[in-house]
Design a protein around this ligand. Sequence first.
Ligand SMILES: [Zn+2]
Length: 156
Amino acid sequence: MDFSLPEVTAGIGGVLTATKAVVSAVKDLKSPPKALLAAISTLETEALDLKQTVLDLKTEALKLGEENLSLRRENSELREQVRAHERRALEGEQYHLKIVGQATVVVKDDNQDIHYCSACWAKSRVAIPLQALPRPMIRMGTHYCPNCKANIHIHS
Ligand SMILES: [Zn+2]
């Protein structure tokens, strides 16, 4: 838009005031020509149409403002998601897969004693420490992932 809404509103206000002045002046004439009466009637109608157009524009501008706010919010959320993803990717460089017993687990470079779930790591790049099953069973495994509930057999 190359004009501002307040400018347009002020312009329309001026046109309406001028129109009312003309209407009033013409009606004060003792016997105004019919053509002049018709012309000012048209002028009145046009002025009212313009007023309605401005009201519609105001409503539209309000809607666009709300939409803009919502898009800004969404954009900021998406930026935060990208940053979180980048942080996880950076952190991911500190982890690697390791075969322990019969299982493939994820370990951190600086502490290989803690085993993380390789399924959760592969799926969403989250490091979930594996928990020991209270009573290890040969068929069920020795550990489980509290996130994806997978059973893992680490000790052979
Ligand atoms: Zn898991």
